[in-house]
Design a protein around this ligand. Sequence first.
Ligand SMILES: [Zn+2]
Length: 372
Amino acid sequence: MTIDTDRVRQTLVQLFETPSYARAEAGVAAVVSARLAELGLAVESDDCHLRIGGDCGNLLSRVPGTADGPTLLFNSHLDTVEPTDGLRLTIEEDAIRTDGTTVLGGDDKAGVAAILCGVEAVLRAGLPHPPLELLFTVQEEIGLFGAKAVDPAWLAAKVGFVLDHGVPVGQMVVSAPSQTTHEIVFRGRAAHAGVEPEKGINAIACAADAIGRLHQGRIDHETTCNVGVISGGRATNIVPEECRLKAEVRSRDQAKLEAQVAHLRECCEAAAEAFGCELRFGREEAYRAFRIDPDEPVGRLAAAGVRAAGLEPAWADGGGGSDANVFCAAGPRCVVMACGEREVHTHREYVLVSDVVAAARVVAGIITAAAM
Ligand SMILES: [Zn+2]
């Protein structure tokens, strides 16, 4: 399958030049919709922004099949991290980067470009293909909110490919951890620190005691825990009444995650008890773990697509969350595919057009491999 390099470069540049912070994706959504319209494809939106905020919802384009085969989902997210204000591109022979004062937004515009260009190549070549669902989500970077807002009944696909991973193209992420985040508040009693400290209950000391009891860092090869934020107190002459911690737990094994969360809570409860503090222990589920077996249908299709693109399939375990965590929990089984993002979330970020061309070839490869 030939992918036109100039077309990919032009697509990337247009996407990069259209800002798309989370909750402000309407501009880039219009660019994507226009590209799909050029292919005669309709685009629908779930208007999830009316519930979760922002200026546009998730976009879905259904491509009717011309051959038998499973409906395939392809997904990338439309939003990028900040900053891209004043973005100035440096376009070299293969690399596209910024002037170093902003991020590029290759996460996840490299994925968006790979899907657009890969599908376009298949359709323009008139190759037989199964039904496709092209889903472009909003608000991934700030908590997978767009993907979480997707009604599973909106999608017919049982297998999916999330293009949102770095290099080398051909690498497939088949597992990712669960993550919980915890806001923990210790409430003691304020008192004058010089005059009558014995009337106070020092919430900072209580939080410190809890942290001292806690096993954190790497718990085992697939479980981690981190207290990342601590705040509290007003002045040196006041026994601090309140101290807040923010912590997270991750594991690729749900039972281990629950055990570590229980340990975290026990440490906080023991310290609160010892100091006579009141404790508020919050828990939010950031995302759920998933694991794909390379031998299940979506794994085999992903590998077939990589091979069809002339690349060597490689499986990898992921350490972070993506929209795939959300889809795997309730919707289609998804593999996360490399699409050429490099040094993401930094000002050194860049993409090689040749990587995105290869990722588009993988998309086209999956589609043609699935056609029966
Ligand atoms: Zn991403």
